[in-house]
Ligand binder design. Structure first.
Ligand SMILES: Cc1cc2nc3c(=O)[nH]c(=O)nc-3n(C[C@H](O)[C@H](O)[C@H](O)COP(=O)(O)OP(=O)(O)OC[C@H]3O[C@@H](n4cnc5c(N)ncnc54)[C@H](O)[C@@H]3O)c2cc1C
Ligand SMILES: Cc1cc2nc3c(=O)[nH]c(=O)nc-3n(C[C@H](O)[C@H](O)[C@H](O)COP(=O)(O)O)c2cc1C
Length: 630
């Protein structure tokens, strides 16, 4: 054996003799393979494996126990399952990135969408990475519902053999930030599973946190597996399936470059400034609404999208608001924060228009207000405080003299805003269109503006450019079969993706029928894209159009009423395999539409309310009831 050892100085050879005295020949052979794994990981060039001087792949002829010691072959037997529960595809993307990272380190992970994962397999999982987002009001995405319910039910298995780590995706502007991931994490622990790495909760800007979690979790798996391999070998239990790793070396080798390799040239981290080609006010004079149609050029950006995707917009806070906030903070815009002037930092880096629980909590660590503490302790009061108050309001209501740095430390990094893409590349080559409603309201005696909608409405002109990226939405795609009929419910700006859908289906010559329900306050001022819909109707591309103008008559009429009025046909289309799409307001409209559809199913099929609810739920599971709501 000594002939295979590197020429260590005497002292190291002595040291090795000492520690190896009690090892059996088998264990020594295993150790040589293990060292080989370490060496390859540290210097990933052709290092001849022990005992096989000229072999390129030791898998070909090495004895089994040596095979186990080679990193790639050996790592293959460490089980790793990566489960994701995703609605728009972010968790899925990260799960696949984690798998790629694991593969780079010799593992052979299995990746499963939770909606297709047999829950009975859970108790056999040895290493489990779970990536899941939160939707609704702190709810699991539909795809994760069954696994979530199973784990929280009386039937949940005990999981003492399972090691796990959870990555939770969410958005700090929601009250139940990352709740689903937190629930999974707590429940897995409760069921006896062993946490490999602490849960990481991600805000919308999740890339860096996700990378760090992937690296740390895979690292933990490699470490744990290596440690247990060593332990069982040292105990004389080498059985030909034990693995060997070079954990830390593997985990740090090119981890970042590898996982970032997927990113297109322009992405959320590196947005592209798209020139504005056209901006049109879609509402007529006197409307209560203010909606803009915006067209941007994608020339030279390399950005591509599909109908159903959104465009991420990086906006800046308005000069007026920055001044308001500086006044409320009693700080000078020239003060330094994060190595830049406070005024610039407030304009470009942090959110001022929207408050989060975290900002209030951090502020109160300085302000120590019992009133603010009481708001934070009461979910209903917190919810109503967060709606309509901004950073200037917070500073005025609960004063504290911050320094520029302490002030910077309480604020949330400015998240991009998403807008449903309203165009199809097939119809508008190299362009992307949006339908944006300007958010304006008055609270605390101040006229307020939504960050991004008013940035687009007021401060970006033709010839100006806006930094954007494409946010893929896998949960809102046209049916794969062009012969499938579609029903689209898109009141207000919710109509945006359906313009893209109809354009796309027209260009593709899709034979499936298209039915649109649109609603807004008034026919004369708020019929967004009216002439386009009329053209599509005339061409026979749009087969049916139903409109609900809520304020054109004494009683309010909304899209759900129009659905109910077409109950028989709606049910007929669904029974014929149609997909049902809803886009727009999530607080009221989406619930009302779902309730109306459930009522339709009940009425038309003569079934019970429970069965009708099941029917609608199963449409969602089959991805035939798809929502893009906000
Ligand atoms: C997937 C997706 C697709 C979307 N597509 C579209 C689209 O196609 N078109 C579109 O216009 N929007 C769309 N949105 C919404 C969009 O992303 C923004 O949320 C919206 O434009 C508001 O952002 P903002 O930055 O202008 O306002 P913000 O700066 O985010 O301000 C919003 C805040 O203002 C306060 N507020 C607003 N109104 C009032 C009021 N009346 N009273 C009191 N307080 C109030 C609330 O605190 C609210 O949280 C979409 C969202 C998602 C997630
Ligand atoms: C309608 C809607 C509701 C949401 N509700 C929550 C929520 O309650 N809590 C939260 O932390 N994030 C919430 N989010 C943010 C998502 O979790 C976040 O966008 C995540 O990145 C989505 O990941 P996915 O694509 O894997 O589903 C919500 C997003 C949408 C569009």
């Amino acid at each position: 054996m000594s002939q295979h050892l590197p020429a260590f100085p005497d002292t190291k050879a002595d040291w090795f003799q000492q520690i190896s005295n009690n090892l059996s020949p088998d264990q020594l052979l295993w150790l040589s393979g293990y060292s080989y794994g370490l060496a390859v990981a540290k210097q990933p060039v052709q290092i001849p494996p022990p005992f096989e001087s000229k072999t390129e792949s030791i898998a070909s002829s090495a004895p089994l126990h040596l095979l186990n010691a080679a990193p790639s072959a050996a790592a293959a037997v460490v089980p790793l399952t990566i489960l994701y529960g995703s609605h728009t595809g972010n968790s899925k993307k990260i799960a696949h990135r984690a798998a790629e990272h694991a593969r780079k380190h010799g593992l052979k992970p299995l990746v499963h969408d939770m909606s297709e994962y047999p829950v009975k397999n859970l108790k056999q999982e040895k290493n489990l990475l779970l990536v899941v987002s939160t939707h609704g009001e702190g709810d699991p995405p539909i795809a994760a519902e069954d696994v979530y319910a199973h784990l929280h039910s009386q039937r949940a298995p005990k999981l003492p053999e399972t090691s796990f780590s959870v990555l939770a995706l969410g958005d700090k502007s929601y009250l139940h930030f990352c709740k689903t991931g937190a629930d999974f994490d707590a429940q897995l622990e409760k069921l006896g599973a062993n946490r490999l790495h602490p849960r990481v909760d991600c805000d919308v800007d999740f890339d860096d946190d996700a990378e760090a979690w992937i690296e740390a979790s895979i690292n933990a798996i490699l470490n744990t597996s290596a440690a247990s391999s060593l332990a069982s070998n040292a105990n004389g239990h080498a059985n030909g399936t034990i693995t060997a790793f070079a954990p830390t070396a593997f985990a740090t080798t090119n981890g970042h470059a590898a996982t970032n390799g997927y990113a297109a040239q322009y992405s959320k981290k590196n947005p592209f400034p798209v020139p504005l080609l056209e901006k049109i006010q879609l509402n007529g004079r006197g409307s209560v609404k203010e909606t803009y149609h915006l067209e941007f050029s994608l020339e030279d950006s390399g950005l591509v999208y599909e109908p159903g995707d959104s465009l991420g917009v990086i906006a800046e806070n308005s000069p007026g608001l920055v001044e308001e906030v500086l006044n409320a903070a009693k700080l000078s815009g020239d003060a330094l924060a994060s190595e830049t002037s406070l005024a610039k930092f407030l304009t470009q880096n942090v959110e001022l228009t929207v408050l989060t629980r975290e900002t209030l909590t951090k502020h109160n660590e300085f302000a120590q207000s019992s009133d603010l503490a009481a708001i934070l302790a009461d979910t209903n009061r917190l919810k109503s405080y967060l709606y309509g108050n901004d950073v200037a309001d917070l500073l005025r209501a609960f004063p504290h003299q911050h320094t520029a740095d302490s002030f910077a430390s309480i604020l949330r990094k400015l998240p991009p805003r998403l807008y449903s893409i309203a165009s199809s590349l097939a119809e508008h080559e190299n362009e992307v269109h949006l339908t944006v409603s300007a958010v304006r309201y008055k609270t605390q005696a101040r006229q307020k503006e939504g960050l991004a909608s008013c940035f687009l409405a007021d401060r970006v002109g033709v010839e100006g450019a806006v930094k954007v990226f494409v946010e893929r939405n896998e949960g809102f795609k046209l049916p794969q079969n062009p012969a499938t009929d579609i029903i689209m419910i898109g009141p207000g700006t919710g109509v945006a993706p359906f313009r893209a859908f109809v354009e796309e289906r027209s260009n593709a010559g899709a034979t499936g029928k298209n039915w649109l329900f649109f609603g807004n306050p008034n026919f004369t001022t708020d019929f967004l894209y009216q002439t386009e819909w009329q053209q599509w109707l005339k061409k026979g591309v749009l087969n049916k159009l139903n409109v609900a103008f809520s304020r054109d008559q004494a009683e309010k009429i909304y899209v759900q009423h129009k659905l109910l009025a077409n109950s028989k046909d709606i049910f007929g289309w669904l029974e014929n395999g149609a997909s049902f799409y809803v886009c727009g307001d999530k607080n009221r409209m989406a619930h009302d539409v779902e309730a109306a559809l459930t009522q339709i199913v009940q009425q038309e099929s003569g079934t019970s309310p429970e069965k009708a609810t099941e029917y609608v739920k199963s449409l969602k599971k089959q991805r035939r009831y798809l929502e893009d709501v906000y």
